[in-house]
Design a protein. Sequence first.
Length: 402
Amino acid sequence: MQTANLTINNALGGKRLRSLDGLRAMAILIVLWHNSTAGQYHGNFLIKMINLCANAGWIGVQLFFVLSGFLITGILLDSEKSPRQMRNFYARRVLRIFPPYYMLLIVICFVVPMLSSQPFPLIDHFGQNIWYWLFLNNWSSPFADYMPMSGHLWSLAVEEQFYLLWPACVLFFSRKTLLLLCVGAIVTAIIARLGLTLYDLKFAEAAAYKFTIARWDALATGAALAILIRQPQYRETLHKWWGPVACVSAAYIALFMLIDRNFSAVGPGLTLLNQTISAFLFVALIFWAATTQNDASRSRRFLLHPAMQSIGKYSYAIYLFHMPIILSTGGFWTKHTVALSTGYPALSITLYAVLVFGASYLLAMISWICIEQPCLKLKRFFNTSYRASDSATVPVQPRHAG
């Protein structure tokens, strides 16, 4: 039987993967649909299906987490012999993450209060809001959250804490030890969610959703894939099992939604596994996207479509801006579209989501031109040399085009 080459990209060798930009686009579209439509309407079967899918849209953040674990670990592994590796890594992360994030905080804390007729309790609760400036708000917000328009920023805090801790592990530990740490992170995340739900289910709805220790299974699964995909002895196994893992995970999610009429991130019983199972699904999807496929296939063309590539490029800023837009316009939309919402609720839901996306995309473009791109140009002062991955190709069974 003929064989084909399975080419690993990445991050491998520091190269940017266009297919992963397509996955970023998928993630942000799922998140935006979730936050702009979930739980707004009740009615016929179509509306119930829209709400069911929207309420499960938290998995978009899970896809972001798995992608981060995969990409960051890949960058660290491929640059492990580079001079000043840690300095360059952190400098490049700061240039990518900090400028638009702190610009948003400045607008929320200082500009919005001056323009709003409503009181914003920012000064009175500065002690609580400082958690946002330190990327620690995912630990504080389950107890008290006084910062307006910023409830979605907890996920960035989780990722920044991962960026702070994980590079040292990659630097000092062997790949075998790193894999054991990944397994430990997956297990402890499930145990943490169990403990929080047993303590107080209502509190756990926020805490088990936002605490880093309860969410790092997604980051760990992505990191484990990045480690395994760089070791030739595991690539054949990965290629053999990614399809079954994807099918079983997707079937679990579909069956859970059918039985429970929901797919929540936190809850008793099997719900404790929902975050982990969805992470397994996305690991399989990332493996598929991060290996050479037939570019003529429909799924491949979808990820590489210019529109998806553009959305993926701006996905970070879209994520930052979409919640302030929703919180600023949701009441106005509801007030002035009563007839549309009553007569054509599905159209109203969809139209509002499209308008939120359009406004978020426009602001993201402005942010890219005015803030992000100028800062990213400074990365040239922190260049990292990447080594070639171990045996970048491995013979596998060819797939049919489709």
